[in-house]
Design a protein around this ligand. Structure first.
Ligand code: LLP
Length: 416
């Protein structure tokens, strides 16, 4: 268990979270190294029947220390910007283990990736393929490319994070992909090495993922008949986790299904998981600043020191995150709370209608915050972003310090 109450105190691994909150203040993101280690190893064993390479999706949590943990398990990286590539390099990880996704790669980003010698570009349009070819010619390189196919499969997830339908901006149709492979095959500066898709995030059923793979295999076989032999098939990320009562994706049956559908084909399977490796390994610690009991049947508000700028998922996707008191036997009796931040808009909430005891000054942990938490934090209301902490057994270390107001002001100049 990553989170457990020991002597009424919520612990992550063997560290009382209140100790971290007292030492470093709140709001703070705290991650469990043990969770990361176990999540990667479980995924590897679910795919043990197939040659598989995990490329951790940096966007989920891009802290350098997290990247180093992933690299230690042999993961490569899925990136979507030059900034993420710089992070991989800064973490001391291998650029040759990087695949570059995203619909809008700039000339500068492509050049940077070519010079570093990344493993492969996941290409999302004809114009992008042309640009990569031109830049590779310019730099006298050969770019390995994989076409991102939009398989028109419904991932049955939140519309903002569904990416595999024709109406989404991602990838190209199977027919266009075939043309792009022919084009790439004839170009001395392009080497078509793979094929990929990513149909969405927080997917709980294996069927859409396996349906997408089946679609890719039709193309893989067609290409092979035209003597274009691919080395890898990239299924993207998207493996769903449990936030509340939803079923997490059954990775064992996903891995088993992939092995079965793949048959005897020799391509390596690439995976690009983000959320499933990090989300449930992280919490956001926050303190109740004020309690505003509602008169009659008006709601009770607990105003905490974390806000939508720190964790935007509830405001943006109506996402549900559990909220746990750091002390299990608080003095105040349980009431139903709207847990809100100090930001000046009504969309600023972390949790609604939660029954738990909260008194002024109490510490709380917002759970499942290890993915798409800190990476989506902003300075809205000129709030400094939280610090990040990594717990390992009975120790913890700061892996990013709290942002100060000088950090924010440093980039600005007074203009008269
Ligand atoms: N590969 C590609 C090409 C992606 O676009 C994504 C996520 C992933 C991999 C990783 O997906 P995951 O395994 O984490 O589901 N901000 C949203 C999630 C956006 C996901 C975007 N793409 C959230 O907070 O739920």
């Amino acid at each position: 268990m990553i989170l457990s109450y020991q002597d009424n105190q919520l612990h992550m691994e063997e560290v009382a979270l209140a100790t971290i909150a007292e030492a470093l203040g709140t709001p703070s993101y705290v991650y469990s190294k043990r969770y990361l280690d176990e999540a990667v190893e479980q995924l590897k064993s679910a795919f043990a029947g197939t040659p598989t390479k995990i490329h951790y999706s940096v966007k989920a949590n891009s802290n350098l220390s997290i990247l180093r943990v992933m690299a230690a398990h042999g993961c490569g990286f899925d990136i979507v910007s030059g900034g993420e590539l710089s992070r991989v390099v800064a973490a001391g990880c291998e650029p040759g283990e990087v695949i570059f996704s995203g619909v809008g790669k700039t000339v500068e980003e492509i050049d940077y990736a070519l010079k570093l010698g990344i493993h492969c570009f996941n290409v999302e349009s004809e114009q992008e393929l042309n640009r990569i070819s031109e830049r590779a010619r310019n730099l006298q390189k050969v770019a390995a490319v994989s076409m991102r196919v939009n398989p028109n499969v419904d991932a049955q997830t939140h519309p903002y994070i569904s990416t595999g339908l024709r109406e989404n901006k991602f990838g190209v149709s199977a027919a266009v992909a075939m043309q792009l492979y022919q084009r790439a095959n004839e170009d001395p500066h392009l080497n078509p090495t793979g094929i990929d898709c990513h149909i969405g995030s927080q997917i709980s059923q294996t069927e859409p993922l396996l349906e997408a793979l089946t679609g890719l295999l039709t193309l893989v076989d067609d290409l092979e008949r035209q003597s274009i032999k691919l080395e890898h098939i990239d299924l993207g990320g998207g493996m769903g986790i449990q936030y509340k009562d939803e079923d997490p994706l059954d990775i064992e049956s996903y891995g088993g299904g992939v092995a079965q559908i793949l048959g005897g084909r020799e391509q390596t399977i690439f995976l690009e998981p983000g959320r499933s490796l990090t989300a449930n390994g992280g919490v956001l610690l926050t303190r109740a600043e004020y309690i505003k009991p509602g008169a009659e049947d008006a709601p009770n508000f607990a105003v905490v020191d974390a806000a939508m700028n720190d964790l935007i998922r509830p405001a943006l996707y109506q996402a549900w995150h559990d909220v746990l008191p750091l002390k299990s036997a608080e003095s105040a009796c349980a009431k139903t709370w709207q847990i809100v931040g100090p930001v000046c808009e009504s969309g600023d909430f972390l949790a609604k209608d939660r029954e738990l005891p909260i008194a002024q000054g109490d510490l709380l942990a917002v759970t499942s915050a290890g993915a798409y938490g800190m990476v989506q934090a902003s300075n809205y209301n000129s709030r400094g972003r939280p610090c990040e902490v990594l717990v390992d057994g009975d120790t913890f270390s700061v892996i990013r310090r709290r942002e100060t107001i000088s950090d924010q002001l440093r980039l600005e100049r007074e203009q008269l």
